[in-house]
Ligand binder design. Structure first.
Ligand SMILES: NC(=O)c1ccc[n+]([C@@H]2O[C@H](COP(=O)([O-])OP(=O)(O)OC[C@H]3O[C@@H](n4cnc5c(N)ncnc54)[C@H](O)[C@@H]3O)[C@@H](O)[C@H]2O)c1
Ligand SMILES: [Zn+2]
Ligand SMILES: [Zn+2]
Length: 406
């Protein structure tokens, strides 16, 4: 079968690989009809989420049809249409039963302290072969997979595999109450779902910060008040727009590949930190292989954490859903402590939210396809990766269709 395979930092290929087989009794083999590319995949190829094992199939978003079932899977039938949550969870351990599926004690073969188990990730996440392929083995399929009602299309369902639940998780982590003000840093696909979710949770005002025009426009179309950090200093603007108070809640939907402002008043401040930011890049991404403007790590890993802490109102809450590797150690702890801030963070507990998210889509409360800008066959995956990595105009969320080979 065809699959997108990680060979090294800056080196992904479309390969012919063997089809997966059932191994454990709760496994399910799914024939994928939709997959997608996530910002997390970019961190791995840029080298800012290190530890990938060459040969791992990439991708942690998937929708498909059940092809075969392990003997202990009692809730699915061959032929069922399903959505695959990005993270794996056993459903039995104390963490799963408390809804902390991404901290499952049993799903990660590296042991209970190894961290979140997810498809297509680094060695310490499993590794599990990913979902940018024609077929995939889904361990704990009886717990993870959610059956799709006919009314939900593949285009809608693929956005429920990871990014809609993650955006919802981020907004919910902030403890947002109706009327509160919230700023999201990053208007990529995940940031867009933070905005949609903050609306559902009753945010009074939503601010959205990025530097990519189309992404800010999409945020504004959703009703967010937008700030381009290459033109204005986001911290100053957020304070000015809130009568000097700052925002009640901030979500970091950028992660380790945050970039410095290229212009405007915020660029001056960032310049003073150039050396410190460069040292952070060396720390988080000791190996990197940029090719021209391709696979270039962000040049200011802690920029959004700094801005988030500064922009928050006293006693506000910062939720971090942007991904940082274990090697990232820079956070403005003094400023956060002195403002009585609360910090929440982590990998999404996809399984906890999936039922609610699918209902929101089925009833039409949210149309997730507003964020989907591209649909490409799996055979065009490498070009799609390159366009998404360099944030080409119009490229926001890319769906891949593994059943269509040209
Ligand atoms: N926690 C989870 O479970 C989970 C799940 C999915 C994705 N993620 C993470 O969410 C993050 C976003 O994913 P995505 O698919 O939207 O990625 P993306 O790369 O498409 O989007 C990131 C956005 O951040 C913007 N940005 C860069 N520097 C910035 C700065 N200094 N200030 C404000 N915006 C800045 C970029 O222009 C871009 O639009 C990634 O870190 C990804 O790994 C986390
Ligand atoms: Zn993801
Ligand atoms: Zn578990």
């Amino acid at each position: 079968m065809k699959a997108v395979v990680f060979h090294g930092i800056g080196d992904v290929r479309l390969d012919d690989v063997p089809e997966p087989k059932l191994k454990d009794p709760t496994d399910v083999i799914v024939r994928l009809t939709a997959s997608a590319i996530c910002g997390t995949d970019l961190h791995m190829i840029r080298g800012t989420l290190p530890g990938m094992k060459p040969g791992t199939i990439l991708g942690h978003e998937g929708v498909g049809v059940v092809e075969s079932l392990g003997k202990e899977v009692r809730n699915l039938e061959i032929g069922d249409r399903v959505v695959i949550p990005s993270t794996l969870a056993c459903g039995n351990c104390v963490y799963c039963r408390a809804g902390h599926h991404s901290q499952c004690d049993r799903a990660n073969p590296n042991g209970p302290l190894a961290g979140t188990a997810f498809f297509g990730g680094p060695q310490d996440s499993g590794p599990f072969d990913g979902l940018q392929a024609q077929f995939a083995r889904i361990p704990f399929g009886n717990v993870g997979l959610a059956k799709l009602p006919e009314e939900i299309s593949d285009d809608q369902a693929i956005l429920c595999s990871d990014i809609f639940p993650t955006g919802y998780f981020g907004a919910e982590l902030t403890g947002l109450h109706p009327g509160a003000t919230l700023a999201v840093f990053g208007c990529g696909p995940v940031g867009q779902f933070v905005i949609a979710s903050a609306k559902l949770l009753g945010a009074g005002r939503i601010f959205a910060v990025d530097c990519v025009r189309e992404r800010l426009e999409m945020a504004r179309d959703q009703g967010a008040e937008v700030i381009d950090f290459n033109r204005e200093d986001p911290v100053e603007v957020l304070r000015a727009l809130t009568e000097g108070i700052g925002v009640d809640r901030v979500v970091d939907a950028v992660g380790v590949d945050a970039v410095q402002p290229a212009g405007g008043p915020a660029a001056k401040k960032a310049k003073q930190q150039k050396k410190a930011f460069a040292a952070e890049v060396d720390e988080v991404a000791p190996e990197r292989h940029p090719k021209g403007d391709q696979w270039v790590p962000g040049d200011a890993p802690s920029q959004v954490l700094q801005w988030g802490v500064e922009a928050l109102a006293k006693a506000g809450t910062l939720a971090i859903i942007g991904v940082y590797p274990l090697s990232a150690t820079h956070f403005p702890i003094g400023a956060a402590m002195n403002k009585n801030l609360s910090l929440r963070m982590g990998n999404c507990n996809h399984r906890k939210y999936l039922g609610r998210i699918l209902d929101l889509v089925r009833t039409g409360a949210v149309d997730p396809t507003r964020v989907l800008t591209q649909r490409e066959p799996l055979t065009a995956a490498l070009d799609a990766y390159r366009a998404f990595d360099t944030r080409q105009p119009g490229w926001i969320k890319v769906e891949l269709t593994p059943s269509q080979l040209s």
